[in-house]
Design a protein around this ligand. Structure first.
Ligand code: NAD
Length: 242
């Protein structure tokens, strides 16, 4: 992991995204009506216990997620976020396991919950890129352990947390989009932002209020993200809140 100094910089923007940013690309969100966990019991497909019980069911679940993500296209929100790199130092911290931010052109993306396009040995942890291909039972890593999805399951440790937190702590602007902020510890990252940072949250609805200090734009990612990006590109670094 690269150590990141939490020194606020007017050029620094952190985007923290969740499944809602990919909803308009046709990928189901997490908890909403029609969301994944209304159709599947998370214990069965997204936990170490589910993997021990029936690894073939877990592989099938993620093979389908991987196939759908590969067929999906980045939307206007992913593309607008990538455009910010024209003028700013941008880090995308995403809870998403799809690669739509990268395919839209974002070059610095931290996946705190893993990535569908990678597999890893269940015991070795050795990662390998598999792209859109399915993982099968009997498919082994170079050290001989069964390949599993490179996804952070419930009860497992989040990835890149300290690095992500340092990026948030050094941001002049923070854009939070498409997350219910209900999966911890990822959701607590938003509290690392400097009080002076310009903080915007985009989601059609939330369970409670937006976190303190955030401007909440109640709308869809493809409509609101390009507006915020246009505003920030136009303002440049001058009005950044450091
Ligand atoms: P969540 O389902 O808890 O919340 C989704 C949020 O997105 C809600 O607040 C909802 O109002 C908002 N939303 C829905 N449609 C939107 C749109 N068009 N524009 C903007 N916002 C919209 O999801 P979460 O907070 O990301 O939960 C985290 C978990 O979901 C993570 O662990 C992640 O790995 C997993 N997940 C990822 C994907 C993906 O990679 N595409 C898909 C499903 C679940």
């Amino acid at each position: 992991m690269t150590p990141v100094k939490a020194v606020p910089s007017p050029r620094k923007i952190v985007v923290f995204s969740g499944s809602g940013v990919s909803a308009e690309s046709g990928l189901p969100t997490f908890r909403e009506a029609g969301g994944l966990w209304r159709q599947y019991a998370w214990e069965e497909v997204a936990s170490p216990q589910g993997w021990q019980k029936h690894p073939e069911v877990v592989l099938e679940f993620y093979n389908e997620r991987r196939r759908l993500a590969a067929d999906a296209q980045p939307n206007a929100a992913h593309r607008a976020i990538a455009e910010l790199e024209r003028d700013f130092d941008v880090v995308v911290v995403t809870q998403n396991v799809d690669d739509l931010h990268e395919r839209a052109g974002s070059t610095r993306v931290l996946h705190v919950h893993g990535e569908l396009v990678f597999a890893k040995g269940e015991h070795s942890g050795l990662r390998q890129r598999i792209g859109a291909a399915p993982i099968r039972m009997g498919q082994l890593c170079p050290q001989g352990s069964q390949l599993r999805p490179d996804i952070v399951w419930f009860g497992e440790s989040i990835e890149h947390y300290d690095e992500a937190q340092a990026h948030v702590a050094s941001a002049a602007r923070l854009l939070v989009v498409g997350t219910s902020l209900s999966v911890f510890p990822a959701a607590s990252l938003v509290h690392a932002a400097p009080a002076s940072a310009d903080k915007v949250l985009i989601a059609p609805e939330l369970d409670g209020a937006a976190p303190q200090g955030f401007e909440w734009l109640r709308g869809k990612a493809t409509e609101c993200v390009p507006q915020v990006v246009a505003r920030w590109l136009e303002a440049g670094t001058t009005s950044a809140g450091t």
